[in-house]
Each structure stands twice: as structure tokens, then as C-alpha cells.
Design a protein around this ligand. Structure first.
Ligand code: MF3
Ligand code: CO
Length: 410
């Protein structure tokens, strides 16, 4: 029997180490070096070949590697046209949102799931009002970092539970219940619940929904590309992460067992495989971004790496929603763009933030549903995949905090 599948490649930490061991000159230096390098650069028009932030050689290397990975994926799965998609893949955006929820969202009378009294809550839990965050997010001291590690690990374990529970026929409300119960059973509070009025305990974003999807009564379908964003508040610190899967009949669709799957049509097969390609790209973009991070590296290198991967696969990276500092506050600076940019902030040991690229099949333009004020979807109906990790910047790399509990500690 297969053990609980772990949705991320857990090689992130290793990858970081091996990359940051190499003498990339762009990684060294203080804020002024970071600036000088970028001022000297020019934004190249060539896709994936930015000289703006990432050093040329580094951007080229990431781009070439991603292009090779994309090509070998296409060859292996005989994928002719990854970008060909039928709109709509799902009826999410076109469907009428449950009238009762729409009404409740408008007048603020939605019902929140209960959380046992003994569980400590973040300040917004009762009123929905989010306090002003601080201007920086440097975590000082082992105590705080350890608390963050615990919270991040719980968020990850519950994300794995969510991804392993999802199956065709299950509603996203049922999934919300599973996530809610798993989090409160560990004495933690589900961070989304009443965050600025968000009515549920998890974000479930299906197909063309990019992020902030609200769980509802609609069942997930075979072949849906589902992103679950799980976050929790434990001992005063937030943990936050997200991953994407393709929904199958009993469990998530797995490329390794593709030979055992009976596809109902060529169209369905294309839907599964092209979705998995998008998922791979989003995961790779996150890995490449993390690999640029270390004390002294430049915040803008993160977006440069993500754009390089996204370009190489022929996708787009969503610009409107960003990674963020995380700790005692759910969201605080630094905000992390997932595309080439000129945010020349030097990363410092002890900074903790998320990186959470959302890649889309075609264009990245998005809009929010009128009906709930939260759900973000692509304008063109193309699907979106997202992976998110929390990282802590160290002297020579980045520690990924959202790793699962090791088997021997379970
Ligand atoms: N977890 C999301 C993030 O990655 C934020 C969700 S806010 C919510 O930042 F209110 F929608 F939950
Ligand atoms: Co986040």
C-alpha cells in the first residue's frame, strides 16, 4: 500500500544547499550591490532571458533546465499541445453560487464553524478585522523560529491530508470539514476562518479559480485541477502552504500509475496530462525561486526565477497575488512578487516569508467573483496551479518550514 503521498518534492532544502554552495556572484552582497547590479542591467524582451534582476547566467540556466524538463515531459507523455484547453473546463465561474451563501456574504451573516473555546485565536477571529501588520518580519530567537516550524509543519501535514482526501464526488465543503477538524484536533485555529470575513477554514480553488476559492456544495469532478491552501494558527504563529492535485475517482491522479487509468476519452486524457504538466511547472517554479534565497540575496531574484520557469513551460505567472511575510501576523511585509521585478530588497537571515507562485495555462489576467468578493479566477478560463512554501532565510540558503512531520516522529 502506498503511504500517504507527499505532494511536494521534498528536495527543496537540498536543492538550495547545492545551489548556494556554488559561487554565484549575484548572490553575494548587500543592498547597494544588489541595486548596482540591477541598475546596470536592462530588461530584455526575450522570454525568460531577463538581465534585469537575476544574473544572466543564472536566469538562462533556470530557463534552459525548465525547458528541458518541459520537453521531456511532453515526449514521455506524448503531449502534443499542452496549451490547448477547452473553455470552460469546469462550470465554477459560470455556475450560480449558492444563493444562500451569496446573501450571507452580502450582509455578513454567514455561519462560521465553531472552534473549541480552549484554542487560542488570532485577533481577527471574532470580528473579522485584521490588525495592521508590522513593517518587517525578522524572526528573532530559536523560540519563535521553533514555534513557526511547528505551525508550518502542522499546516503541511493538514495540506497532505486534504490532498489525499480529495476525490471525485466530494464537495469542497466536505473537504473544508476535514481540514477544519484536522487543525482543531491539534489545538490550532484555521487561519482563514473569518480572516477579513473569509467564511471557511480552507481555500479550495478549482480549475480556472486561481486562489481564495470558498468551499461550497459543489462536488469535485474527476480531472479537476484542485488547489488547496491550508493555514493554521498555533501557539501564536501562522503556518501557511498550498498545493495542487488532479482529482481522481478514489485518490489524486498520479502520473506514476497512468498506465492503470482508463481514460473515458482522448479529451479527458489530455485534460489530466496537461493539468499535471501545469502542476509540475508550478512546483518547479517554487523550487527554483527558493534556490535563489539566502542571506544577502535579492528579493527580486525570486520573481526572476519564477518567470524563467513559467516562460520556459509556455505558461503565465499571476501578478496580482503575492507571497508575504508570515509569523505572528498572517500577512505582512516583505511582499513577494512572482514575476520579474525590481524590488531590490536584500534578504536577511531570520526573514520568514511565503513564496506561492500561481501559474496559468494561458493568460494570467484575473478577476474576482462579484458573488462572493473573494474567489479569484482567470479571465480566459484557463486553469491555474499553485504551490506555496514558507521559508526562513539562513546564512547560506533557506530552510523550508512547511515540510511534513518525518515518519519516525509521527
Ligand atoms: N492562505 C492564503 C495565502 O497563501 C491566504 C488566504 S486568505 C483567506 O496567503 F482569507 F482567504 F483565507
Ligand atoms: Co500565503
Amino acid at each position: 500500500m502506498k503511504l500517504q503521498a507527499s505532494i511536494f518534492s521534498n528536495s527543496g532544502r537540498l536543492l538550495c544547499r547545492s545551489l548556494s554552495d556554488r559561487p554565484f556572484t549575484f548572490l553575494a552582497g548587500n543592498r547597494s550591490k544588489c541595486k548596482r547590479r540591477d541598475i546596470a542591467g536592462q530588461l530584455s524582451n526575450a522570454r525568460g532571458k531577463s538581465t534585469f534582476t537575476l544574473a544572466d547566467t543564472q536566469a538562462d540556466e533556470i530557463y534552459d533546465q525548465a525547458q528541458a524538463n518541459a520537453a521531456s515531459f511532453d515526449k514521455k507523455y506524448n503531449l502534443k499541445d499542452h496549451a490547448k484547453f477547452t473553455v470552460p473546463n469546469s462550470v465554477r465561474t459560470l455556475a450560480i453560487v449558492t444563493a444562500s451563501l451569496e446573501e450571507a456574504m452580502k450582509n455578513g451573516s454567514y455561519e462560521l464553524k465553531s472552534v473549541p473555546n480552549h484554542i487560542p485565536r488570532p485577533p481577527y477571529a471574532r470580528t473579522g478585522a485584521v490588525p495592521q501588520p508590522p513593517h518587517h518580519n525578522i524572526i528573532n530567537g530559536e523560540y519563535s523560529l521553533n514555534s513557526l516550524r511547528n505551525s508550518a509543519r502542522l499546516a503541511r501535514d493538514v495540506l497532505d491530508i486534504a490532498c489525499n482526501s480529495a476525490k471525485a464526488g466530494m464537495t469542497t465543503n466536505e473537504l473544508d470539514q476535514i481540514v477544519h477538524d484536522a487543525i482543531i484536533s491539534k489545538g490550532a485555529y484555521p487561519s482563514p476562518l473569518n480572516y477579513a470575513g473569509f467564511p471557511k477554514s480552507v481555500c479550495s480553488s478549482i480549475n480556472e479559480v486561481i486562489c481564495h476559492g470558498i468551499p461550497d456544495e459543489r462536488p469535485m469532478k474527476r480531472g479537476d485541477l484542485a488547489s488547496f491552501d491550508v493555514s493554521c494558527f498555533l501557539d501564536g504563529f501562522h503556518g501557511d502552504n498550498c498545493g495542487s492535485i488532479i482529482v481522481g475517482d478514489e485518490t489524486m491522479f498520479d502520473l506514476e500509475t497512468i498506465d492503470e487509468i482508463e481514460f473515458l476519452s482522448a479529451k479527458e486524457e489530455h485534460l489530466f496530462i496537461s493539468g499535471q504538466r501545469l502542476i509540475q511547472a508550478a512546483q518547479e517554479a517554487l523550487d527554483a525561486a527558493i534556490a535563489t534565497c539566502k542571506d544577502g540575496s535579492c528579493l527580486s531574484d525570486i520573481g526572476g526565477a519564477i518567470s524563467s520557469v513559467s516562460d520556459a513551460y509556455g505558461y503565465s505567472s499571476v501578478e496580482k497575488y503575492r507571497g508575504h511575510g508570515v509569523g505572528e501576523h498572517f500577512h505582512c511585509p516583505p511582499f513577494v512578487k512572482h514575476f520579474r521585478n525590481d524590488d531590490y530588497l536584500e534578504l536577511k537571515e531570520g526573514m520568514v516569508f511565503t513564496i506561492e507562485p500561481m501559474l496559468t495555462e494561458a493568460r494570467q489576467d484575473c478577476f474576482e467573483w462579484d458573488s462572493d468578493g473573494w474567489t479569484v479566477a482567470t479571465k480566459d478560463g484557463g486553469r491555474s496551479a499553485q504551490f506555496e512554501h514558507m521559508v526562513a532565510i539562513t546564512k547560506d540558503g533557506a530552510e523550508i518550514l512547511t515540510l511534513p512531520t518525518p515518519v519516525d516522529e509521527m
